[in-house]
Ligand binder design. Structure first.
Ligand SMILES: C=C1C[C@]23C[C@H]1CC[C@H]2[C@]1(C)CCC[C@@](C)(C(=O)O)[C@H]1[C@@H]3C(=O)O
Ligand SMILES: O=C(O)CCC(=O)C(=O)O
Ligand SMILES: [Fe+2]
Length: 374
């Protein structure tokens, strides 16, 4: 049932005794003067009013993409430097068509502005990571994120899954989503190709060569997530996305001009200033394991505001299901013993969908869980 926005704050216990889970109806909730208790985060996690700007490097990919060896070395050096520091960097001159980005953002508005009942045609099912979710009210009972999301799978193995995105969206939302599906199929293909280029830079920066990680992710089976953060009348009480490290391998994020992404560096939250021409890139837990901990996945979160809806497009690079996540031998020696066990991405994904809410300790908790359950 939609959270009762016009009456007094619902008592969490009352709702928990009811059958149907809470529903985050943004069209109502974003105008409510008070925030339901389930969306209020503990004091130590509430957003600060002012945070300094993150001075992440702008890495110009123009020369690298045109095959210039000196530019490639410089890009690889900057990527390595950022990944040793905090795991975040911005890429510009990335070669992605700006019209494709604009189309992706406007189609996203179209979806999330639909009535809730229509969005729920793609309702995410318990334990699954694809579909529409309104703030995960059926997943978590507290610290609910102030957002709606739409997530779907993208396969780079276009020979065997040529129209995975379009077919999925049309199956859930109907034929009228054909154009939506085609644009996001194209967007995900562009993200996958950009990811493979960044994997070359990461491989070079780690001394394992440009092809090692590129080949590992060639036939990736990735996740596209659309984040939609409605305005909140008390934005300092809640979070759009809670503090976490992405459990995935590499995230390529395009945020709109509203701003709200924050990264935890040097013991302090820093804001990432929006830039339409830049993608925000960060490595995730799975790549941290692939690099045997040389590069760290980074703690980040998203805050909301009282005036404007904020949107972000997050492409999460994930290896094909049968790939074993194990570091190349160059990264394991008597000074650098193995930090994490071998695993496959579907094992970690299942852990985050059925057993553990991804945060900043996911990989450690996953390692413990593996030892107890396998
Ligand atoms: C594999 C995934 C799980 C989440 C989406 C992708 C990568 C990021 C994860 C997430 C965003 C980390 C914070 C908590 C989470 C529940 C969320 O706020 O959406 C996570 C996603 C998820 O489990 O749905
Ligand atoms: O919306 C953002 O800026 C960040 C979202 C995020 O970190 C995620 O979806 O993993
Ligand atoms: Fe994230």
């Amino acid at each position: 049932m939609a959270i009762d926005c016009m009456h007094s704050m619902p008592h969490p216990l009352k709702h928990q005794q009811e059958e149907s889970p809470l529903v985050f109806d943004a069209s109502l909730l974003s105008h409510q003067p008070n925030v339901p208790s389930q969306f209020i985060w503990p004091d130590h996690e509430k957003p600060a009013i002012h945070v300094p700007e993150l001075h992440a490097p702008f890495i110009d990919l123009g020369g690298f993409l045109s095959g210039d060896p000196l530019a490639t070395m410089e890009a690889s050096r900057l990527v390595g430097e950022a990944c040793r520091k905090h795991g975040f960097f911005l890429v510009v001159n990335h070669g992605i068509d700006s019209n494709l980005i604009t189309d992706a953002h406007s189609l996203m508005d179209h979806f999330f502005e639909l009535p809730l009942s229509q969005k729920q045609r793609a309702q995410r099912k318990t334990g699954e990571h694809c579909g529409y979710a309104s703030s995960f009210t059926s997943r978590f009972s507290s610290k609910l994120p102030w957002k709606e999301t739409l997530s779907f799978q993208y396969s780079a193995d276009t020979r065997n899954s040529p129209n995975l995105v379009k077919d999925y969206l049309c199956s859930k939302m109907g034929k009228e989503f054909e154009q939506f599906g085609k644009v996001y199929e194209k967007y995900c293909e562009a993200m996958s190709n950009l990811s493979l280029g960044i994997m070359e830079l990461l491989g070079m920066s780690l001394g394992v060569g440009k092809s090692y990680f590129r080949e590992f992710f060639e036939e990736n089976n990735s996740i596209m997530r659309l984040n939609y953060y409605p305005p909140c009348q008390k934005p300092d009480l809640t979070l759009g996305t809670g503090p976490h490290c992405d459990p995935t391998s590499l995230t390529i994020l395009h945020q709109d001009q509203v701003g709200g992404l924050q990264v935890f560096v040097d013991n302090q939250w820093h804001s990432v200033t929006p830039n339409f021409n830049a993608f925000v890139v960060n490595i995730g837990d799975t790549f941290m394991a692939l690099s045997n901990g040389r590069y760290k996945s980074c703690l980040h979160r998203a805050v909301v505001n009282s005036k404007k809806t904020r949107k972000s497009l997050a492409f999460f690079l994930c290896p094909k299901s049968d790939k074993v996540v194990t570091p190349p031998c160059e990264l394991v020696d008597n000074l650098n013993s193995r930090l994490y066990p071998d695993f496959t991405w579907p094992m970690l994904l299942e852990f985050t969908q059925k057993h553990y809410r991804a945060d900043m300790r996911t990989l450690d908790e996953f390692t413990n869980w593996l030892q107890q359950n396998h």
